[in-house]
Design a protein around this ligand. Sequence first.
Ligand SMILES: *[C@@H]1O[C@H](CO)[C@@H](O)[C@H](O)[C@H]1NC(C)=O
Ligand SMILES: *[C@@H]1O[C@H](CO)[C@@H](O)[C@H](O)[C@H]1NC(C)=O
Ligand SMILES: *[C@@H]1O[C@H](CO)[C@@H](O)[C@H](O)[C@H]1NC(C)=O
Ligand SMILES: *[C@@H]1O[C@H](CO)[C@@H](O)[C@H](O)[C@H]1NC(C)=O
Ligand SMILES: *[C@@H]1O[C@H](CO)[C@@H](O)[C@H](O)[C@H]1NC(C)=O
Ligand SMILES: *[C@@H]1O[C@H](CO)[C@@H](O)[C@H](O)[C@H]1NC(C)=O
Ligand SMILES: *[C@@H]1O[C@H](CO)[C@@H](O)[C@H](O)[C@H]1NC(C)=O
Length: 570
Amino acid sequence: MLGVLGLCLLAVTRVLGQETGNHPEWDRWCGKVYEAGFPSFDPGGQTLPPTPVPGPPLLDVQFKPRYSLYLDSEKQGEFIVNAPLSQFFGKAWPDTKPGSSNKLVFSINLVSDDEPLVKNQVPINTTGNIFTFDLTRLSPSPDPIQVILTGGPAGDNADPTWTANSTILYLPSKPTGSATRIDNLNGGLFLANAASHRTFQPLFPYGFYASFDGFLANVTPTNTSAIDHYAGLGLNAMTPLTIYADGAPALDYMDAIDLKFMYDLREGYKNLTYVSEQALAARNAEAIFAYWSADEPDGWQDPFSAPTDAQAVLHALDPYHPVAVVLNCQDYYFGPYTAGADIIMEDVYPIGINSTFSKWGTACNATLGDCGCDNCKGGVWDVPDRLDDLSKYERWLNLWPKTKFHNPQSFHGEGYWARDPTPEEEWVMVLLAVNHGAKGIISWVWPASDILGVAHGELAKVLTVSPVVDFIVGGDTPHAIAVDVPEVDAAYWVVGKKMLISVVNGGNVAVNQTVTVSLPKKAKGIASVPWGGSTGWTLAGGKLSVPSLPALSTALLVLDISSCSEKRSA
Ligand SMILES: *[C@@H]1O[C@H](CO)[C@@H](O)[C@H](O)[C@H]1NC(C)=O
Ligand SMILES: *[C@@H]1O[C@H](CO)[C@@H](O)[C@H](O)[C@H]1NC(C)=O
Ligand SMILES: *[C@@H]1O[C@H](CO)[C@@H](O)[C@H](O)[C@H]1NC(C)=O
Ligand SMILES: *[C@@H]1O[C@H](CO)[C@@H](O)[C@H](O)[C@H]1NC(C)=O
Ligand SMILES: *[C@@H]1O[C@H](CO)[C@@H](O)[C@H](O)[C@H]1NC(C)=O
Ligand SMILES: *[C@@H]1O[C@H](CO)[C@@H](O)[C@H](O)[C@H]1NC(C)=O
Ligand SMILES: *[C@@H]1O[C@H](CO)[C@@H](O)[C@H](O)[C@H]1NC(C)=O
């Protein structure tokens, strides 16, 4: 967060945090020297595509529990089994000829017990297969329970075999405080607390990082007007830049009004004594939904072990909440810096930047300089491009995709950012992020301008509640729809007999022609237009169209469709 408050850390940490990459003796950001007078060099840490393995396709079996945690009040769990064929990962599948066996017969067992939790089969080259199992076979425990999948071709279960490991959290229910779990199929968060009557509800957190000085410091047990104003805008979440020792009245009030918060550990996340003190203070809060450990560890070149060590302490003391890490860099040791993250956030601040020449007097490119937005072009498209990059690195490293948040730019200054984004740019960047998989929005930084506070509040009022949250968190992953107009981006989500369509014109010019969105499923009618209703969409002949699209415009439409959701395959 190289933002307003981040600046205070600059002087201290830029000297101390020089641990990874090349030339640690020089001050760097994302592994690159940013001051004039130094040579450009390869910063290292790029994530590279895997090398194809010659020969027949490989079967790559992976599985996980559907949710990152279950409570002992639940009786049934689910596993997700993926069995894609690839040329990169796994082991050669013998039966790829037509007519031969195309099923993997498998069982999932507790490592401690030979009685299978699941015994079933999956078609080869499919993902997202769901299997239920009896949770009451497990003993509730604060520690992860080891599970193993073993499988092979139908009719020959012994040779060759595939194995994969995973863990389940089956936690004792808590009398007080929240629990947040990640949907490992679609990536969204679900939270249970007193306000939700201890049932898990979909959560799309949408709010700001919020300053202590000048904002949270003004909150007292008898005067909560600062937070009331914030929540009144429609924002449902916050990352308070404070801890209990300073900001208890503000944090307690967020519990009281159920304003969800991510608890900030960044000031001391490398000090595990500090991390454990903070976890003990925060873990039973009603409104906490996650911890924030490392602030741009890739930018600061922090030791790789720092985020993973902090996560281990947090998981041990509080297995009920995920840990978020925010990245700044486009391509600097993605794997190591996200190893300690349950949620990956990105700080792509692309508005009003000079993407090619910095305030430090150097060029900015892949081997030199810091222009405020790493390897950015400048403009709204840097946001979805970054989310796509992060997902691509996960595929290249064969990692199970993690939940991702976008942190919108709601500030200017520091010699990097000449102006605030406009409301239209904010909405475009947020909805492009949602189309490209973001499951939460936390903007830097509050207090923001009134105009941006109102703008984010208006969109938050739509994204955080039904019907939209039931699609973007509750039901599906975004599927891209190709639209034959430059700079128009569209996606759909299907839940039951409804489909959400999101259309964004990210261009700075209006499209003065009919824009048609081809629908992946037959639609019967427009059920509602939760956002951008003034643009005149009509449905005819299985196509959604609009006579023109204003510059930087956004729309969300819910359609009635005929069929139910199909099973997705690889
Ligand atoms: C699963 O874990 C066991 C030990 O717990 C290990 O021997 C085995 O190699 C692991 N398998 C995979 C596929 O990671
Ligand atoms: C309550 O706090 C706000 C600042 O957050 C301040 O402007 C206002 O004057 C305070 N009200 C009272 C009655 O002290
Ligand atoms: C680490 O945190 C503890 C607890 O807050 C504190 O007492 C200690 O001084 C910190 N150590 C360092 C080196 O900052
Ligand atoms: C970036 O800064 C350089 C040097 O001041 C200037 O020549 C260039 O025109 C600027 N580019 C933009 C897009 O503002
Ligand atoms: C980055 O800019 C420096 C200075 O102009 C140049 O020497 C270097 O080759 C550039 N790197 C790339 C990857 O273009
Ligand atoms: C589209 O129409 C508007 C209003 O008539 C006009 O200002 C704009 O230049 C047109 N854009 C293009 C790309 O033709
Ligand atoms: C596996 O599925 C993918 C995605 O559907 C497809 O592109 C690919 O051709 C399939 N591979 C084989 C070997 O059938």
